[in-house]
Design a protein around this ligand. Structure first.
Ligand code: GLU
Length: 285
């Protein structure tokens, strides 16, 4: 079987040098192994993703000299697949609605921390979900649902781990088995009121559906792999091999990000940079 790689950008801003590194590493690894390279557009967040950013992704990758297989999978066209996976987890009794808004959760956390108790954080630094919804009794839950109260759907991580009943790990290229600790993330969101899926859910479903055998992505997603392994295991999906690559940082040592306005590939190109310059800037030559 030919290895299958994928580059999976979100069209919520212009690509920057960090994306170029991911795309080029996937391309090189696919070439070297006689594998395939897929492009996946991760556009589940309709509020932030825009067609013009998607168009820029195609332009940037073509400019870098990358090819990919058609058709490109656009996640927004496959919500039914993610709903089906969610339905399977629901039928296992592992999903519950949580009604607190983000602001309410922040207030809860702030109140607790004001009284001197630290609140546990996930590996990205976000406060863990306090989990009160998990303790709502069935009648109260049904009443809120009937009343159309906005909510997200969360994974009951503890119950999910109990169901698996053994430690999880993932295979990290060049390192070997890495123990996976999904509980560090608490009860992750699987679907929101404005999106029938979440990043974790969609990425796991798509990697399996597309037969992805090798996931090459930034180190910022290293810890999230624990959640992906848990979902794969619950849904009976194969686990790809993973390679989390170094991140490109700015002069101040911060990870490049769209939100902090890192120089885009478009801007570099407009300023006269060549694809060879990009490779040099990200240390590939
Ligand atoms: N869509 C994610 C991003 O743009 C990448 C997801 C992944 O590679 O698993 O950061």
């Amino acid at each position: 079987m030919r290895p299958v790689f994928r580059f999976a950008p979100s069209p919520n801003g212009p690509l920057h040098l960090g994306h170029a590194l991911s795309a080029l590493l996937n391309h090189t690894a696919a070439r070297a192994s006689g594998g395939r390279l897929l492009l996946r557009i991760e556009d589940i967040d309709s509020a932030r993703c825009r067609p013009e950013f998607e168009a820029m992704i195609y332009q940037d990758l073509a400019w870098l000299g990358l090819g990919w297989e058609e058709p490109v999978r656009r996640q927004s066209e496959h919500f039914a697949d993610y709903r089906a996976a969610l339905g399977r987890l629901q039928s296992m009794g592992l999903v519950y609605p949580a009604f607190e808004s983000r602001a309410e959760i922040r207030a809860l956390v702030a109140a607790r921390e004001a009284s001197g108790q630290p609140w546990p954080r996930d590996p990205d630094g976000a406060p863990l979900y306090p989990g009160s919804a998990g303790r709502l009794d069935a009648a109260e839950r049904a009443r809120k649902l009937d009343a159309g109260t906005p909510h997200v759907l969360r994974l009951d991580t503890r119950a999910a781990l109990a169901r698996i009943g053994r430690p999880l790990a993932w295979l990290e290229e060049d390192y070997g088995d890495i123990p996976a600790d999904p509980s560090a993330w608490g009860d992750v969101v699987l679907a929101r009121k404005d999106s029938p899926t979440s990043y974790h859910m969609a990425v796991v479903v798509d990697d399996a559906l597309q037969g992805v055998s090798h996931v090459v992505r930034g180190r910022d997603l290293y810890a999230a792999t624990a959640v992906h392994r848990l979902l794969q295991e619950l849904l009976g999906l194969p686990a790809p091999r993973y390679r989390h690559h170094r991140l490109i940082v700015d002069a101040a040592g911060h990870k490049l990000s769209k939100s902090t306005g890192a120089a885009s590939l478009q801007a570099l190109r407009a300023g006269g940079a060549t694809p060879a310059d990009v490779r040099r800037l990200i240390g590939l030559d």
